[in-house]
Design a binder for this molecule. Sequence first.
Ligand SMILES: [Zn+2]
Length: 113
Amino acid sequence: MPLKFRLRGLAETFVEEIRCPCCGHDGGDEGDQGFLTEFTRVTYDGIIVVIQCEPCGHVFVPNGQKLGVINSTKLRSAVEKDSWNTGQPIFLGMEQVRLEVERLNAERGSKIH
Ligand SMILES: [Zn+2]
């Protein structure tokens, strides 16, 4: 069953299947067990789902995401407001999110060693 991530009236993203590229964890019967979504980013392109695998701690961007933007003007202002509130940089789209994910994994690696 595809998983749905939604910001009401702004954007929604469907993910067909989540499987950890590091340890192969696939979320069990429900497809979303043992995954944390706290790194998911809202960008100008829509919601880009970022998953952290609980069993192994790896952070990844699941393949096959279908990004839908419902209201791009409101989405943009929500992204800007969020950036203002949190002090985080604005994420424009997938490329930036992928770089962030690489950084998170590198940080995690350096904590272990
Ligand atoms: Zn894993």
